[in-house]
Design a protein around this ligand. Structure first.
Ligand code: APR
Length: 311
């Protein structure tokens, strides 16, 4: 039985970390694809990772390429192709350039591996995953966006930092679009099952929610050139692993809603079951009136960007 084939479209900051994590977790063989101008960079990263193998003990093969034929019949694609934000930019400012790139990427993936499971990371996420879905014609089970995992993880990290308790025991979810209108569902956040609302005063919680909404921008500002890459890579790997190992993890992901949470025809962050069937199910639950209002607000923001794609 051959190993699964995981192709990373875009071998920049996130792509390089995806390759490392996929190899270390022994998820399968890895192809790092980038444009011809960056072929040397991805070939070099692949070689470096092959030379890490003796120390880490993984057997995965890793290649760098700018030839679409090399991704043929991949089981999983993780797409980071595009440009990242610079300070002062919203994710939406990337739309024009990244949409053009996504059109190229989606049509090539459709040709090379029509049955693959595809995780999109490129921003503006909710519009990019929608664009991939529309252009490729893939089924809704095959296409998902990585955003909610990252936003929820950031919320978890900040709660752990605030309480001094283990991040392992912090659970919470952030729904909606991958932008400033995202919706942290604070009333369901717990540490070891104890509601955070009993552990952290309301005004501090509001500050933590705010920091979560702008957490990506906080890093963009610190870097001065580029956006977060370690945590985004790990989140997408968790999603790929759940698919490849049929784990059926429940992860907030940008999934295509067709009536769930009264949303129809848009990819937006919702609790998603990922297993061997890809996006197997969206888990719905009752929202409070305030949460519904916030979800409608974030949906409006998503619709606006999606409409700008003209797809
Ligand atoms: N096909 C494949 N790769 C491409 C293409 C294309 N048509 N166009 C650009 N790329 C590559 C670039 O050459 C670059 O190596 O995508 C890579 C992007 O890497 P970085 O610039 O390092 O960006 P990164 O930090 O990895 O973020 C990528 O994810 O989180 C989002 O907002 C972020 O949209 C950005 C994306």
């Amino acid at each position: 039985m051959s190993r699964p084939k995981i192709s990373l479209i875009g071998g920049g900051q996130i792509g390089g970390n995806l390759a490392l994590l996929a190899a270390q977790k022994e998820l399968g063989d890895v192809v790092i694809f980038d444009i011809p101008k960056a072929e040397g960079m991805v070939k070099g990263k692949a070689l470096d990772l092959l030379q890490l193998r003796p120390h880490d003990g993984y057997d995965a093969n890793i290649v760098g390429t700018s030839d679409w034929n090399d991704v043929k019949d991949s089981d999983v694609f993780i797409i980071t192709a595009g440009i990242p934000r610079k300070p002062g930019m919203d994710r939406e400012d990337l739309l024009g350039i990244n949409l053009g790139i996504m059109k190229d990427v989606a049509s090539n993936i459709k040709e090379q591996a029509p049955n693959a499971f595809v995780i999109v990371i490129s921003n503006p996420l909710d519009a990019m995953v929608y664009a991939f879905y529309k252009i490729s014609g893939f089924s809704k089970n095959q296409v998902v966006g990585m955003a909610g995992a990252l936003d929820s993880g950031r919320f978890r990290a900040f709660i752990a930092m605030e309480t001094g308790l283990s991040v392992q025991d912090v659970t919470c979810m952030v729904l909606g679009g991958h932008g400033d209108t995202m919706v942290p569902i604070t009333r369901l956040a717990t540490v070891g099952g104890v509601p955070v609302t009993d552990l952290i005063p309301a005004e501090r919680l509001a500050e933590i929610e705010h920091r979560t909404r702008f957490a990506g921008g906080e890093i963009v500002k610190l870097f001065g050139n580029g956006s977060a890459f370690y945590a985004p890579a790990q989140c997408a790997i968790e999603m790929a692993e759940s698919y490849l190992k049929d784990k059926k993890r429940v992860i907030p992901c940008a999934s295509l809603c067709e009536g769930e949470f009264d949303i129809d025809g848009y990819f937006i962050g919702v609790p998603t079951v990922i297993g061997s069937g890809g996006v197997e199910k969206i888990l719905e639950f009752d929202l409070t009136d305030d949460e519904k209002t916030e979800l409608n607000n974030t949906l409006d923001a998503v619709k606006k960007t999606v409409n700008e794609t003209g797809l």
